[in-house]
Design a protein around this ligand. Structure first.
Ligand SMILES: [Zn+2]
Length: 115
């Protein structure tokens, strides 16, 4: 459980991460839902690639905790940076895919599918 302040209603509550399937293969949507106003907080996509990167990052953290060497510090910094970059690019990718899908569905609803 996490103590989180809702960005909409500003109330703090104990929340646990929830997941729902996404329209994309090997990707789920992860979010916290505010029980007061129903807002979704920290909504993001979690792909297999991101899980893989998380494992590499966790490995680097473990190595650093075992041996506090300059090499392990550099590795950890590198993994953190790589994870942040991948996280941002994955969010951007799936968000724009979701928008494209929504506008396609809207066009189909308005004009019917072309065969
Ligand atoms: Zn709220």
């Amino acid at each position: 459980m996490l103590n989180v302040q809702c960005s909409e209603c500003k109330k703090v509550s104990e929340l646990s991460l929830q997941t729902q399937p996404s329209p994309f293969e090997n990707v789920v949507q992860v979010f916290l839902e505010c029980p007061h106003c129903g807002s979704r907080i920290r909504n993001h996509f979690l792909s297999v690639e991101l899980i893989q990167k998380q494992l590499e990052l966790r490995h680097a953290v473990t190595q650093w905790n075992k041996h506090k060497t300059r090499l392990n510090f550099n590795r950890l910094a590198k993994e953190r940076q790589a994870y942040a970059v991948l996280f941002d690019s994955e969010q951007e990718k799936y968000r724009s895919m979701l928008e494209a899908l929504a506008s396609f569905e809207k066009a189909v609803a308005e004009h019917g599918a072309e065969s």
